[in-house]
Design a protein around this ligand. Structure first.
Ligand code: CTP
Ligand code: MG
Length: 402
């Protein structure tokens, strides 16, 4: 793109640069029932990717729909300290306007602004660098553009009329970069009732040049349903969520004169399980399954039997720990399946109480918790009633890269 204003790609920084991230749209054309910015693309939401891709701004203002604040917080996970939310308006232009008003009212308003669509979740560093370099070079405004590859033709009544020369035509992307005062003035002076589809045209309307820098295919916008897979592929994401499975297995010896705990429920029985903690063999297997899904070691590593703190401890604490580790990784437990292996007691009568208790500890719905049991037909240590074994499988959906 020899005719473009700047090809400088060295990393320059600018102080007082705020990014406005627009996420107040309804995403209707993309369908899917959930606005596109809240949908998952690979390991995290579109919005989380977009926030991450603006990390080099001093401040990030995320503009969300009325009542969408909670959804946005959940979609982003652990937000950077520099991030604030504001409520957007009925149009993109109005959403930008609100972010500008918010910025102008700050004790130290920004010197420069990047306006970016969350529907373009990946901003390549090279594009960011080109925009910042343009600002540092004194440009009042700059935007990334791509050349038009296809032949363009003007048509009328279903008939080609003439070919439109395409060498001076470009497709416009975001982020668009501005001196703050210029963008504010452009919004102030834009005729009421007239619609603008981006900010650069508003700044041009008050007489400033908008510098063109080279855009990037990876910056394409998600507009229709098919765009998710295409943009994921362009950015090296396979489009699949990060689903993890872990297994766990545990055995405890049956002894007389001890209470019997299984799945966090105390069960009246002639024998109980012996162990350092309350010996809830089913919960121990489940904790290992969850830790296994996270690839974060096993229960003995986190709660060593040598540690006096865990003598006689209630095992639900270990399960809460595993649950919290999943949350800390930005994930959620989608399903657990526990099998208890013993001749007695009968698990059937306690199954619903066990499922309810595990669901309560894990803070998930009971229909995501399965508890099963089997005997070993009198064979082996479980058959001889010397001990109880348990195995578990946990499925975890990681929402963010851990
Ligand atoms: N946007 C916004 N406030 C609005 C409308 C749009 O912040 N009132 C944002 C969108 O969230 C999006 C960007 O502007 O990131 C570009 O708009 P578009 O791609 O049209 O997204 P939507 O308006 O959400 O989608 P649709 O038009 O298909 O409903
Ligand atoms: Mg729209």
């Amino acid at each position: 793109m020899a005719n473009m204003g700047t090809t400088i790609t060295t990393t320059t920084t600018i102080t007082g640069l705020t990014a406005i991230l627009l996420a107040a749209g309804k995403g209707e054309r993309a369908g899917g029932g959930v606005a596109k910015q809240y949908r998952t693309l690979g390991p995290q939401s579109v919005l989380a990717h977009a926030v991450r891709s603006l990390a080099r701004a001093e401040r990030i203002i995320v503009v969300v729909g009325a009542d969408a604040r909670e959804e946005a917080e959940q979609a982003i996970g652990a937000p950077p300290a520099s991030l604030t939310f504001i409520t957007g308006g009925a149009t993109r232009q109005e959403s930008v306007r609100r972010a500008l008003d918010h910025s102008a009212a700050l004790p130290s308003p920004p010197s420069h602004i990047m306006v970016h669509d969350s529907a373009r979740p990946f901003v390549p560093d090279v594009v960011w660098d080109r925009l910042v370099a343009a600002l540092a070079d004194g440009a009042v405004a700059a935007m990334p553009v791509l050349p038009v590859a296809d032949t363009l033709v003007r048509g009328a009544d279903g008939i080609a009329v003439d070919v439109v020369p395409r060498d001076a035509l470009y497709r416009v992307q975001t982020p668009q970069a501005f001196r703050f005062d210029a963008l504010l003035a452009a919004h102030d002076r834009w005729p009421a009732g007239s619609a603008a589809t981006d900010d650069a045209q508003m700044v041009r309307a008050i007489g400033h040049d908008v510098r063109l820098v080279e855009g990037d295919q990876r910056l394409e916008k998600i507009t229709m349903a098919d765009d998710f897979a295409r943009i994921a592929a362009l950015n090296g994401i396979d489009g699949l969520p990060d689903i993890r499975t872990g297994t766990g297995y545990d055995v405890h010896r049956l002894v007389e004169g001890k209470p019997l705990w299984l799945c966090g429920v105390e069960i009246a029985h002639s024998h109980g399980l012996s162990g350092h903690s309350d010996a809830d063999v089913a919960i121990h297997a489940l904790v290992d399954a969850i830790l296994g899904a996270l690839a974060e070691g096993d229960i003995g590593q986190h709660f060593p039997p040598s540690d006096e703190r865990w003598r006689g401890a209630a095992s639900w604490q270990f399960l809460e720990f595993a649950r919290d580790r999943v949350a800390a990784r930005g994930g959620r437990i989608t399903h657990v399946d526990v099998t208890i292996i013993c001749e007695a007691p009968k698990v059937g009568p306690h199954r619903d109480a066990m499922r309810a208790r595990l669901a309560e500890i894990l803070a998930i719905a009971p229909d995501r918790v399965s508890v099963k049991a089997t005997t070993t037909e009198g064979l082996g240590f479980t058959g001889r009633r010397e001990g109880i074994a348990a195995q578990a499988v946990a499925t975890v959906l990681l929402g963010a890269e851990g």
